[in-house]
Design a protein around this ligand. Structure first.
Ligand SMILES: Nc1ncnc2c1ncn2[C@@H]1O[C@H](COP(=O)(O)OP(=O)(O)OP(=O)(O)O)[C@@H](O)[C@H]1O
Length: 239
């Protein structure tokens, strides 16, 4: 619970390694609060989250940083930092053995090696989002929490993030991502959790969760899932 918002029904999730869980639902329904609870950043009250029997809430900050990384929705960071330094915060937080290499690899994977020496405060909104993603990649944790990771990105960079999320899953990471783009959620996630404004939640495969009746109940919009000849799924409003 945060502010006056609370889920009506208790929520319990067990996520296997390799799960890419998309958390969807209307504005203000509690997606960021849930992610913040799991990553332990500023949430008023919450149950518990364990990883391999280890309680995340009571873990020391250093240990938690080795288990969970968070890319928050607001990409705030000191503007005078160079990109390389900021990405290095991730590598240092989880004590990567070769931080310099971890930074280079993360910058490359996020497609921004050319930004390495720029000051964070002088970057565009989308560039900042990619830097925050690189910071998380440099942290290299078994649980990766992403709050709307593509909200500021162009089409090509959205594709990069999709591939990064799928790649993390393929490498046995657990990814939790709040996502507004329901087509992205359909194409990238192995599982979805839909938080409903009434306080209910629904989890399952993307197709189950984003069926037209569920989407209408949550968003009040009539939709259909279309499939392109290449097999890509697009969820679009009916009118
Ligand atoms: N720092 C805060 N203090 C008090 N209440 C907050 C705070 N941040 C968010 N809330 C409230 O908690 C509820 C859930 O907000 P949250 O940010 O988790 O929703 P969300 O589903 O991530 O929304 P969005 O899709 O708009 O990002 C909202 O009613 C919001 O007004």
């Amino acid at each position: 619970m945060r502010g006056n918002a609370a889920l009506r029904d208790p929520l319990s999730l067990t996520l296997e390694p390799g799960t890419v869980l998309g958390i969807v639902g209307p504005n203000g329904v509690g997606k960021s609060s849930l992610l913040g609870a799991i990553a332990q950043s500023g949430v008023a009250s919450f149950g518990s989250a364990t990883f391999g029997g280890e309680e995340l809430v009571s873990a020391r900050a250093r240990r938690r940083a080795a288990l969970v990384s968070l890319m928050a929705q607001d990409h705030g960071a000191p503007g005078e930092l160079r990109v390389r330094e900021l990405v290095g915060v991730g590598a240092l937080a989880s004590r990567r053995p070769d931080p310099s290499r971890a930074i280079d690899a993360a910058l490359m994977r996020a497609g921004i090696p050319h930004l390495a020496d720029r000051r964070y405060g002088a970057l565009s909104g989308g560039e900042r989002q990619l830097v925050q993603l690189a910071r998380v990649l440099a942290q290299d944790t078994p649980i990766v929490v992403l709050d709307e990771p593509t909200s500021a990105l162009d089409l090509a960079h959205q594709r990069t993030v999709e591939q990064i999320m799928s790649g993390l899953g393929a490498r046995g990471r657990i990814v939790l991502a709040a996502i507004h783009d329901l087509s992205l959620a359909l194409n990238t996630c192995t599982h979805l959790l839909l938080l409903d404004p009434g306080g209910a939640s629904h989890s399952g495969t993307p197709h189950e969760v984003l069926g037209p009746d569920r989407v209408f109940a949550a968003y009040g919009v009539r939709t259909t899932i279309h499939t392109t000849p290449q097999g890509r799924r697009i969820l679009a409003a009916d009118d």
